[in-house]
Write a protein that binds this ligand. Sequence first.
Ligand SMILES: C[S@@+](CC[C@H](N)C(=O)[O-])C[C@H]1O[C@@H](n2cnc3c(N)ncnc32)[C@H](O)[C@@H]1O
Length: 195
Amino acid sequence: MEKYLENLKSYARQNHIPIISDDGCDFLLNFLKQIKPKSVLEIGTAVGYSGSLILKTLPDARLTTVEKDEQRVAFAKKTFEELDLLDRVNILNIDAFEVIKSLEKNSFDFVFLDGPKGQYLKYYPYIKKIVKSGGYIFVDNIYFHNLVKGPEFVKHKLRTIVVNLRKFIDVISTDREVSTKFYDDGDGIAVILKL
Ligand SMILES: C[S@@+](CC[C@H](N)C(=O)[O-])C[C@H]1O[C@@H](n2cnc3c(N)ncnc32)[C@H](O)[C@@H]1O
């Protein structure tokens, strides 16, 4: 499995398919080892790289993973199949917002938010509802190449993402129904505990 995932990582990097950074991934997997969630939702499957690592780290867990790009879904399905993980994964080829709007309250122990960064603000109330009390929302790329922290000029194309991430950080920092910690690992990580 290790060799397959190493090759998949190289393939993704060479082909500009965004996958979690090594640093962010180590952080995520160490955290999962501690809290051992049973039901995990991932927003942003890409080619199944982080999803496979999540399932490998959590042998008793089931993963629901959402990806809007049809080709990536087909690729990810092959990844899970090759690694013998397909029976523990539900891959949804649909816009993430459609999924989170329709999921039941308290459906998941853990949500890995790794999809469209500019949408997290909009997703947040729905995601918070579907996570159980005592469960976590783990957000990657919260500092978005450090643009979110810095005062530098942000190119027009990225400005909405950066502005929305700043608002999102504000919301999760002040929401009294959760407890949030921020880390500089990877591209910035927020770990939100639902109280
Ligand atoms: C950073 S990548 C996910 C990487 C993956 N979690 C990993 O580390 O292996 C983000 C993915 O989210 C998908 N995506 C973007 N907007 C989406 C949306 N609205 N609904 C579902 N998927 C979306 C992209 O196509 C992309 O594959």
